[in-house]
Design a protein around this ligand. Sequence first.
Ligand code: HEM
Length: 368
Amino acid sequence: MPNEQTTANPFESNPDPEEETRQIEEVANLTEELLDMRYSAPRPILRGVHPKSHGCVKAVFEVNADIAENLRVGLFAVPGKKYDARIRFSNASVRVEHDLKDGKNGSRGMAIKVLDVGETVLQEDGGAHNQDFLMINQPAFAFANTEDYLRLTKIIREHNDDPSIFFAPLKVTIPGITDEQKRRILNSFKIVQQIQSMPVANPLEVRYFSAAPFLFGPDRVMKFSATPSLSQEPQTVPENPGENYLSEALEKTMSGTEDIRFDFQVQVRGKEDGLNIEDASTVWDETEVPFVDVARITIRAPQKEITTPNYIERCERLVFTPWHSLAEHQPLGSINRLRRAVYLASDAKRGGGRPGRGASAKRKDHRP
Ligand code: HEM
C-alpha cells in the first residue's frame, strides 16, 4: 500500500491540487471502465497500458565502481553495489495486437525492477522493497500533464480505443480548447509522429528513457535512460515482420551465448529555470545536460527458460509502477502523480498480483 513518505520538494508546482485530484480520480475510474470494455469474462484482464509483453529476463544492476562522489545518492549510494533485477519489455499500445499494427511503429517499453533496495520505499511491491524504473523508447512522453491525459482517456473511452480525435483541434475549432492546450496538442502530435518513425528490430537494441522527472536526493532532480552497449551493428526490421516479431527477436538473442549490457544513465539538475517538472512532454537537451553513466545492467545469456509457460506466467505477475521507489527517487510532476493512482487501479483490476485473473494469465493466451 502507498504510504505518505513523499517529501515536499522545491520542484513540483501543482497549480490546482483539488482539480488535479478530481481529474486523477476520473482517469482511474475510466481506466477500470476501459479494462471492462476490453476484456469480458472469461478473458483475463491485462495491464491498462503495455499489455503486450515481449518477455522478461533476469539481470544484474550494478552501481558503477567509479561513480562520481556527487552522484552517490539513493540507489546509487554505494559504488560497486550489485542488485538482482527483473526486466520486462513491452509495447505501449493499450491492446495486444500486431507489433506493427497498420504498418506503424509504436512506443516500446522497458521496465526494470531492482530487487531489495532498502528500508524506505514509497510503495511496497507485494511486501517487497523494490525500485522500478519504467521507460519508453523516446525521451518525451506524448502527453504533458493530467489534464491532457484525461482528455485522451475520455476520447478513447468514447471511441473504442481510437485516440485520433485527440488531435482534432489541430484541424477544426473546438469550443473550450485554449491556445495553450492547442500548443500542447501539436507537441503531442509531433511526439507521436516521432514514435511512428522509429523502427525497432529488437527490444534489446534500443535506448529507453524515463521521460518524466524524479527526485535525485532532497535537492536535485533526474531523468534516466538505459542505453544498450552493442558489440555489433543493430539489427534491422525483417521484411515481412510477423505479428510478434519483437518477442521472437528477443527470444532469439536470449537463446544465444552473448551477454547483453545496458548503461544506466542519469541527467541530474538542481533548481535551475526551465526544468518543466510539470510537463512530461519536454526533453532536457542532452547537449546542455548530458546523461552520465551511473550503473550497468547485465543480462546473462542464454536464458532459454524465458519461453516456458511457467516463466511467462511469472513474468505476467510482475507489477511495475514508478511509485515502487526509494524516497530519494520520488516520482515528480503531474503525470507521475497521476500514475500513482492509475497503476494501482490497473493492478487491482487484474487481480492485485494474485493468481486467478489477468496477473496470472499466460502470454500465449493473450497473443492475438
Ligand atoms: C513518462 C511517462 C510514462 C512512462 C515512461 C511509462 C512507462 C510504462 C511502462 C514501461 C509500462 C510497462 C510496465 C510493465 O512491463 O509492466 C507501463 C505500464 C503502465 N502504464 Fe505507463 N508510462 C508512462 C505514463 C503513464 C500514464 C500517464 C499512465 C496513465 C495515467 C500510464 C499507465 C500505465 C498502466 C495502467 C500500466 C500497466 C500497469 C499494470 O497493470 O501493471 N502510464 N508504463
